[in-house]
Design a protein around this ligand. Structure first.
Ligand SMILES: C[S@@+](CC[C@H](N)C(=O)[O-])C[C@H]1O[C@@H](n2cnc3c(N)ncnc32)[C@H](O)[C@@H]1O
Length: 222
């Protein structure tokens, strides 16, 4: 990861070294032994745990500082928020698939009992992350781990001025990972700028799905 420049800041490096990735890949023996591979792994419910290279780069890009509030959309296996929990005391994560959200919550609780007390920093919620977590916001940083063809306006609204978001944007299966910065100009106007963290490379993500009532129906793509 260092050689490939997928991780560079000392705090993020420390967070990765302290995270037992294999614990988050414990759904089957087959994926448990592949936890540190440069690959996405099937964690059930039709979704994946992204590989460490991608997670390292996305985590390092948002440069989380202690005390900052960070929102993750797409809890999945839980490993991404485990990294964040080593960087700040204020980690929030939303998962749309109810049984997966419950499974990962139970895993955090088991790991807290085992002594990984930093996972107490993680607040979990089962809902549709398109609308963010208004009561907990605004956030310094937002990390989106499912792909969508636009930046959800509620997430941009819940991002603080001066904040950063990393999000895969593009058509199904062909997203580009963008760093979105929200800044305030001298005249007080709010602007956003975007930068591709892979210089244009396509990185496929699972879809940013949509909740209608209590059913997941299609995606939020326009
Ligand atoms: C690539 S996967 C999991 C990555 C995860 N961060 C990890 O570390 O394993 C993306 C996750 O986003 C979830 N997801 C998709 N649409 C969502 C939505 N509207 N709100 C919240 N989570 C969503 C999926 O169910 C899936 O668990």
């Amino acid at each position: 990861m260092l050689k490939n420049k997928d991780i560079w800041g000392p705090a993020t490096i420390r967070a990765f070294l302290l995270t037992p990735r294999e614990e988050f890949a414990s759904v089957s023996a087959a994926i448990h032994k592949r936890a540190y591979e440069h690959a996405f792994l099937d964690i059930g419910y039709g979704v994946t745990m992204s590989g460490p290279h991608l997670q390292g780069r996305m985590t390092n890009v948002i440069d989380v500082k202690r005390g900052e509030k960070v929102l993750e959309i797409g809890t999945g296996s839980g490993v991404q928020s485990a990294y964040i929990a080593n960087l700040t005391e204020n980690a929030y994560t939303i998962e749309i698939i109810a049984p997966l959200a419950q499974r990962t919550r139970a895993l955090y609780d088991k790991l807290i009992d085992k002594g990984y007390t930093e996972y107490k920093h993680i607040k979990t919620k089962n809902s549709d992350g398109y609308y963010g977590w208004e009561e907990a916001g605004p956030f310094d940083k937002i990390i989106v781990t499912c792909g969508i063809d636009h930046v959800p306006p509620p997430l941009l609204q819940q991002l603080k001025t001066g904040g950063l978001m990393v999000i895969p944007v593009g058509p199904p299966g062909a997203q580009r990972v963008l760093k979105v910065s929200k800044t305030q100009g001298a005249d007080g106007s709010i602007t956003t700028s975007r930068e591709d963290i892979y210089g244009g490379k396509i990185v496929p993500f699972v879809p940013f799905t949509k909740l209608e009532g209590d059913k997941i129906v299609g995606s939020h793509n326009r």
